[in-house]
Design a protein around this ligand. Structure first.
Ligand SMILES: NC(=O)C1=CN([C@@H]2O[C@H](COP(=O)(O)OP(=O)(O)OC[C@H]3O[C@@H](n4cnc5c(N)ncnc54)[C@H](OP(=O)(O)O)[C@@H]3O)[C@@H](O)[C@H]2O)C=CC1
Ligand SMILES: O=C(O)C1=N[C@H](C(=O)O)C[C@H](O)C1
Length: 268
């Protein structure tokens, strides 16, 4: 499968280039950055630390899409929306790991999913997607006397909060409870907030150092607490998941798919 890696000089982009070079059935069609990137012209493999691949980083996506079978995209929300349209026009698979997408941006990507196979997830790891299934089950089992809080920590360079994974887990909790996350979500507390509202799903965010990604969903009851956690040690995990999604999406009918679809976890 000939893949275009977007944001190829970024933290995830470099992981993806390396993962493509190591994954049977995948080949690097192009490595793309924005037109002002200082990485333009550099060899994508050398930048990724996996040896020369003779694929220079370029900025022309339209040319890159010619002859490609898929795009793997961990960039920015605006970039992912623009790419979704281009991927749909070209009829090729689009794997989106970008987080911090607004409802409108998700809507535009969903629309592209009516024309090509799109896999979008705030977290491409097996562990987090399994955890989401467990969270849904626990939330379904426990009553509203258990308060649900989602805690996440990431590296100091992360620009969106709460994380895409935190929302994925919060969504799973809301589904388990049979409520809309938009009605239950409390994303920040500061000052005299008053007592906690029953049924809220709270989010708390920590940022610092080089933390790859840590998430805990807490179910706090009277006199007892259940905590379900996931810790990512290495971004390569997300890159491998994204390539699995790309291979799965190749030749799939158009649709807006999740990692639960890719991993067969929908019945959890
Ligand atoms: N779903 C998942 O499993 C995971 C998702 N993520 C998400 O992926 C995204 C990227 O994360 P990360 O790699 O850490 O961030 P980085 O900032 O390191 O990488 C993003 C890259 O995209 C480049 N870029 C920006 N705009 C464009 C454009 N228009 N065209 C091409 N390239 C562009 C950036 O260039 P420049 O820096 O010069 O602006 C940068 O090199 C985030 O939203 C993050 O939350 C991260 C890990 C796992
Ligand atoms: O920005 C990151 O680094 C990560 N982003 C994703 C998120 O927002 O959940 C996934 C992972 O935790 C790393």
């Amino acid at each position: 499968m000939r893949l275009v890696i977007m944001g190829a000089a970024g933290r995830m982009g470099r992981m993806l280039v390396k993962a493509v070079s190591e994954t049977p059935g995948c080949a690097l069609a192009a490595a793309i950055e924005h037109p002002e990137s200082i990485a333009l012209g550099q060899d994508a493999g050398l930048l990724a630390g996996c040896g020369r691949l003779n694929v220079p980083i370029t900025s022309d996506v339209e040319i890159a899409l010619e002859g490609a079978h898929g795009i793997v995209d961990f960039t920015t929300p605006a970039t992912s929306v623009r790419l979704a349209r281009l991927a749909a026009d070209a009829g090729i698979a689009h794997v989106i790991g970008t987080t911090g997408l607004s409802d409108e941006e998700i809507g535009a990507i969903r629309e592209a999913g009516s024309r090509t196979a799109v896999v979008q997830s705030g977290n491409m790891s097996l562990g987090v997607n399994l955890l989401a299934g467990l969270v849904r089950k626990v939330a379904q089992t426990l009553g509203p006397e258990f308060d649900i809080e989602v805690l996440e920590m990431h590296h100091r360079a992360k620009v969106d909060a709460p994380s895409g994974t935190a929302f994925l887990l919060g969504e799973a909790a809301a589904q388990g409870r049979g409520v809309a996350l938009s009605d239950a979500k409390t994303a920040a507390r500061d000052g005299h907030t008053g007592a906690r509202r029953e049924g809220d799903i709270g989010f708390a965010v920590l940022r610092g150092g080089s933390v790859v990604g840590e998430h805990t969903v807490i179910f706090a009851g009277a006199g007892e607490r259940i905590e379900l956690s996931h810790r990512a040690d290495d971004r390569a995990l997300f890159a491998r998941g994204a390539l699995k999604a790309a291979l799965w999406a190749k030749d799939r009918p158009p649709g807006f798919y999740s990692m639960a679809d890719v991993l067969g976890l929908n019945d959890l």
